[in-house]
Structures are given as structure tokens and as C-alpha cells.
Design a protein around this ligand. Structure first.
Ligand SMILES: Nc1nc2c(ncn2[C@@H]2O[C@H](COP(=O)(O)OP(=O)(O)OP(=O)(O)O)[C@@H](O)[C@H]2O)c(=O)[nH]1
Ligand SMILES: [Mg+2]
Length: 357
């Protein structure tokens, strides 16, 4: 999964990036127009640790999330610069809005959180509308007669244009499967799920009291967004401490879990993701997939060859393994299921794919 961190200038995007990835990129009181930071965060999962202690593999691989941190987006930017910034996050699966609530007179930038959210929403709508209009313009200009496919594409894009002109996200509409296929190549931003990180000062974070809370909650609800509170600066500093020290400082902030663990939980829930595990070739590994995925598609996540040559999936439940203590006993008790292509994968399934190519 790939998450793009977007926000207006100086809202704490790079601070958030650092706290999520444990990196130490420069944060400054000057706007950093041209940046692009990329980092990987591990999706910590205690079940992986258990499997690893049981199977003692050579390698243990947690699921990961890739983060992209970009320069701030503001109405004052030139169209060309905006387009450049947006291009950097065209292929992300999720948009993470960094919304600033902390107050600091030495840091310039938009202070009103509602204005920040509305601004970003507006930019996303404009971007998508521009893509729609460009493509429609090209189709209309075409000297050749439009093919059957192009005519359908035109129709779908006109529908998209109407939604966007009404200030509505494309994600709020029920497209048919065929329509989704036809527009998937455009990487529309308003089709991407959004998570908001409210970047609070320590005091706001501790009290959970901050300006425009009601209006923010309404905006979040109206646009099918979820939000998470962070205490950017403080949490970034904590994430850079030695692991033993981290927990003490987090608990002092009233937190059980780190920023990345909280964000993972929220994003897995919001995106409807679950985890399955594989134990092969001396590697224990966690994989994230959408709920209700079929076994053959889960196989494809591991390797396209396994999907192509899929024979069956042998599935054990994580909880059964914990209770019984070994794969051997799970099998003995008849709890190892042999499933075909269409079996629905559940959270915590430990899968051995049988395939032939
Ligand atoms: N007081 C306070 N300052 C913060 C917090 N988060 C970020 N800052 C400060 O705000 C300034 C900008 O932070 P960055 O993380 O660089 O912000 P950004 O959104 O990446 O900025 P650009 O990339 O320039 O748009 C820095 O001086 C940070 O130290 C916070 O939670 N509290
Ligand atoms: Mg930055």
C-alpha cells in the first residue's frame, strides 16, 4: 500500500512523514516546494512475531506501507507547479491530509483547519475536472470517427464531469464495473480514500480540545473521511528515540500505540483490509488484502505465477495454531482446510498455496 501525504504549506507533512517512517528528513519554517521524500513503514503485527517464534524462519517480513511526502499545495501556486506536485502522488492508494491545528507564530501558513481541508478538497476536484475536460476535449477534436469504446468513454467522462462540477467526489458514486474499468486509467484523485491527520499541539492533544472541532467533524462525516489525532512534533521526536524509551514517552502522552500503529489500524479499517500469512521457503510473511478476496487473488498477491498455476490453498486459522501449538496438531484435528480458487480469505488465515506452472 502506498500513502501520499498532502497538505497546505507548513502543516507538518514532513514531521508526519518522519514520525511514520522513523526517518529524519529536514523540517523547516520555510516552505519546501520541490521536495519528495519516500519512506517505508512496517505494519507491526504481534501475530507475525508469534509465527516467527514458532517456525524460526531465516526471514520474517511484516507488511509495509510506503509513504510519499510532497511539497505544500496552495491556491497561490502556479498551475504548472501544482500539476508537478500532484504528479508525484498520482499512483498512491490513499491520500493522508496533514491538517495543522498547532499554533506557532514563528511558522507561517494557513491556520484555519476547515479552510485547509476545503482547500485540499477543492484542489482535488479541480485536478480531476481538468483531466476529464482535457480528455473530452481531445475526443471532441478527433478528426476520425469515434470508436464504440471511445463513445462509451465519452459518456462516462461526461457523467464524471457533472459530478465534479457539482463539487462531488467521484468516490461517492456507484459506478458499474465496466465504468470503473474505463476510468481506472485516469488515476482520479477524488476516487482515492482519504484519511485526515489532525496535527495538534501537545496541549490540544492531551485535552482533545481544539478550534473548529465540530465543523471539522461534520466535514469528515459528509465526505466519508476518517481522522486520526496526532501530536506531530512530539511524536516525531519520540519515534526517533531508542525503542525502550519510546513506550515511556508515548504513555506519558496518554498513548498505548505509536503514530504508525494507530494510522495502520485506521487505514486498514477504512480501506477494508485484512491480513493473511504465508510460511514458505523459510520465510514468515504478512500480506494485506481487501476483505472478501478470493484465494486465487490472494495467491496473485504473493506471486503472479502462483495465481496462474493455482491448484488449491491449504488454510489454517491463526487462532487454531495458537491454541494447538503446532501445524501438525492442527492437521491432526482436521482443522487444516483444503480450499479452491473461490474460497474467501479471512483475517489471520495462514495459507500454503499449492500451484503448478
Ligand atoms: N509547535 C509545533 N510545531 C510543529 C508541529 N508539527 C510541525 N511543526 C513545525 O512546523 C514547521 C513545518 O513543519 P514541516 O513538517 O516541515 O511542515 P511541512 O508541511 O512538511 O512543510 P512544507 O513541506 O514546507 O509545506 C517546522 O518548524 C515544524 O517543527 C507541531 O505539532 N507543533
Ligand atoms: Mg515538508
Amino acid at each position: 500500500m502506498k500513502i501520499g501525504i498532502v497538505g497546505m504549506p507548513l502543516t507538518g507533512k514532513t514531521t508526519l512523514f518522519n514520525l511514520l517512517t522513523g526517518q529524519n528528513k529536514e523540517v523547516s519554517t520555510f516552505s519546501s516546494k520541490g521536495t519528495k521524500n519516500i519512506g517505508i513503514a512496517i505494519v507491526y503485527d504481534q501475530r507475525v512475531d508469534f509465527l516467527s517464534s514458532l517456525f524460526t524462519p531465516k526471514k520474517t517480513t511484516y507488511a509495509t506501507i510506503e509513504f510519499v511526502d510532497i511539497g505544500g499545495i496552495s491556491p497561490e501556486l502556479l498551475q504548472k507547479d501544482k500539476a508537478e506536485i500532484f504528479n508525484l502522488i498520482q499512483d498512491v492508494d490513499v491520500l493522508l491530509f496533514a491538517i495543522r491545528l498547532f499554533e506557532d507564530p514563528t511558522v507561517a501558513g494557513e491556520k484555519d483547519p476547515v479552510v485547509q481541508v476545503e482547500n485540499l478538497i477543492c484542489e482535488l476536484l479541480l485536478r480531476d475536472l481538468e483531466v476529464v475536460e482535457n480528455r473530452l476535449g481531445n475526443l471532441k477534436k478527433s478528426k476520425k470517427e469515434l470508436t464504440h469504446d471511445e463513445l462509451i468513454e465519452e459518456e462516462v467522462l461526461e457523467k464524471c464531469g457533472q459530478y465534479l462540477n457539482d463539487d462531488k467526489f467521484l468516490s461517492s458514486f456507484e459506478f458499474t464495473e465496466d465504468e470503473i474499468k474505463r476510468i481506472s486509467g485516469f488515476s482520479f484523485y477524488t476516487l482515492k480514500p482519504i484519511i485526515i491527520a489532525l496535527n495538534l499541539s501537545e496541549e490540544q492533544f492531551r485535552s482533545n480540545v481544539f478550534p473548529r472541532k465540530e465543523e471539522l467533524n461534520q466535514l469528515i462525516k459528509d465526505n466519508n473521511i476518517v481522522s486520526i489525532n496526532i501530536c506531530g512534533k512530539m511524536e516525531m521526536e519520540i519515534s526517533q528515540l531508542e525503542p525502550e524509551e519510546r513506550q515511556v514517552f508515548l504513555e506519558d502522552l496518554g498513548l498505548k500505540k505509536s503514530g504508525i500503529e494507530r494510522l495502520c489500524r485506521v487505514s486498514y479499517e477504512h480501506l477494508g483490509l485484512i491480513t493473511f500469512f504465508t510460511v514458505v521457503k523459510d520465510e514468515v510473511r504478512a500480506w494485506a488484502i481487501k476483505k472478501d478476496t478470493h484465494a486465487v487473488k490472494a495467491a496473485g498477491k504473493v506471486h503472479s505465477d502462483i495465481e496462474r498455476g493455482f491448484i488449491r490453498a491449504e488454510i489454517a486459522r491463526y487462532q487454531d495454531l495458537v491454541t494447538l501449538g503446532s501445524m501438525h496438531t492442527v492437521k491432526e484435528k482436521g482443522l487444516l482446510k483444503i480450499e479452491g480458487k473461490d474460497a474467501i480469505i479471512e483475517d489471520g488465515d495462514i495459507i500454503n498455496f499449492r500451484f503448478n506452472i
